[in-house]
Design a protein around this ligand. Structure first.
Ligand SMILES: Nc1nc2c(c(=O)[nH]1)N[C@H]1C(S)=C(S)[C@@H](COP(=O)(O)O)O[C@H]1N2
Ligand SMILES: [Mo]
Length: 424
């Protein structure tokens, strides 16, 4: 083992096991790693009879429990701030986000709601205003769909020591189950004059957003379940609006009211927030884009990525790609700082408005370089560079809907660092 391995890696170098090391005797590197983690587990006080013995074949294991647990060796966590917490994309596999690692964004905390008392009112331009409780909602035909949810403020840059979680951890993917909003629209008899509806949450932020009616008729879901269980409180228990492919903010959690109207309501979240400055030349100076609902296609390499180092040899570059406008059609990967591009393998299933896993096999010879990915969605939209975003949106792009190609610098010693974007 080279000396750098001990300093930087949290993945032990696979070591060839001889018959002698297998049968005991000198401690192998792999065993040493396990013992270190075990010691940590003891330190944080989770050990006890349930934790593996030195030799787990020598005493019975733990009996089944009421709920499963994650291995104590696994450290993936959301690293919360006061207002949000981010999915640790670099620690996950495949296309689904474990529910307890789904990102969170709350404008005034997570309310505690008794589902027996919660009601959803649908009124305004309808024939028959109605109130539905949770049991009512569950009696309607249900739908399930796997789709991502992303906050439109999902972007960070500015220093090298940022992980995929830091840069774009405000996106997660679940299977959402509930009743189609179109089913409820028919039930209440939405009047043809209605062109918008207001969605209102029952949290301390009383989040409100105006949504064009066509999204309600199209694929909006009143979701009460996520990944096979009831919604988590953080995700809007007991019901949230789920709008596939639309900016996270419109997916109102703890949903308590829908009001049908013939115009948008111009709430705080669609006037002072969640709008983007547009180029002076487009509509005159000081103009903002409003109701920018679609999440633009984006991809990110989650391995290799900071903080995990690499070693020379064959590396499976892995990442996620998604688009709010449909399916991912292709992902290209560059391992020479954007000079040449190679098409990555997409993992089935490739779903509409869903995180899609990609991979590309690369032999790293140990030279310094930059790697990056670029997605194209089925509308033909190609993920832009930060320069192209600037060109299209102007120098003051604001903080929403930023989806630039993200590059990782690979250093000679195997360190992987974010390449900060510079434009301000
Ligand atoms: N009622 C309510 N709904 C809300 C919010 C909120 O604060 N209150 N935050 C919004 C924002 S900005 C985002 S990005 C998503 C986050 O959903 P999540 O916490 O389930 O990931 O919920 C949206 N819906
Ligand atoms: Mo958000």
């Amino acid at each position: 083992m080279k000396s750098t391995d001990n300093q930087v890696t949290n993945m032990p170098t696979p070591k060839k096991l001889s018959r002698r090391t297998l049968l005991g005797g000198a401690a192998t590197a792999a065993v040493a790693v396990v013992q270190t983690s075990f010691a940590k587990a003891v330190q944080i006080g989770i050990s006890g009879t349930s934790f593996p013995a030195d030799d787990p074949t020598k005493r019975p294991g733990v009996p089944p429990g009421e709920r499963g647990t994650r291995s104590l060796f696994e450290k993936a966590a959301k690293k919360p701030s006061d207002i949000s917490s981010r999915t640790p994309l670099q620690d996950l596999y495949g296309m689904l986000t474990p529910s307890d690692l789904h990102f969170e964004r709350h404008h005034n905390g997570v309310p505690a709601i008794d589902p027996a008392k919660h009601e959803l009112l649908i009124h305004g331009m309808v024939e028959k205003p109605m109130v539905f409780n949770l049991a009512d909602l569950k009696r309607f035909p249900s739908v399930s769909r796997i789709a991502f949810l992303e906050c439109s403020g999902n972007f960070r840059t500015g220093k090298e020591t940022l992980s995929p979680q830091d840069i774009c951890g405000l996106t997660s993917q679940s299977e959402w189950t509930g009743v189609k909003l179109s089913t409820l629209f028919r039930e209440v008899g939405v009047r043809p004059v209605a062109t918008w509806f207001l969605a209102e949450g029952g949290d301390a932020a009383v989040m409100t957003r105006s949504i064009p009616i066509r999204k309600g008729w199209d694929d909006a879901i009143i979701a009460y379940a996520q990944n096979g269980e009831a919604l988590r409180p953080e995700q809007g228990y007991p019901v949230r609006l789920f709008l596939p492919g639309w900016e996270g903010n419109t997916n109102v959690k703890w949903l308590r009211r829908l009001e049908l109207s013939d115009q948008p309501y111009m709430t705080r979240e669609e006037t002072s927030k969640y709008t983007e400055p547009i180029k002076d030349t487009e509509r005159g100076p000081g103009k903002f884009r409003q109701f920018s609902f679609d999440i633009d296609a984006r991809s990110i390499i989650t391995f290799p990525a900071y903080p995990n180092p690499v070693q020379p040899g064959w590396i499976e570059i892995r990442g996620l790609a998604w688009s709010g406008r449909g399916k991912v059609s292709r992902v290209d990967v560059s391992t020479d700082a954007g000079k040449s591009w190679h098409s990555a393998t997409l993992q089935d299933p490739i779903l509409d408005k869903a995180h899609t896993a990609f991979r590309y096999l690369w032999q790293w010879k140990g030279d310094e370089t930059e790697i990056m990915s670029r997605v194209t969605d089925e509308t033909g939209y190609i993920q832009p560079t930060i320069g192209q975003l600037l060109e299209a949106r102007g120098p003051d792009m604001g903080g929403y809907h930023l989806n630039p190609i993200t590059a990782w610098q690979i250093k000679r010693d195997g360190r992987v660092l974010h390449r900060p974007e510079t434009w301000k």
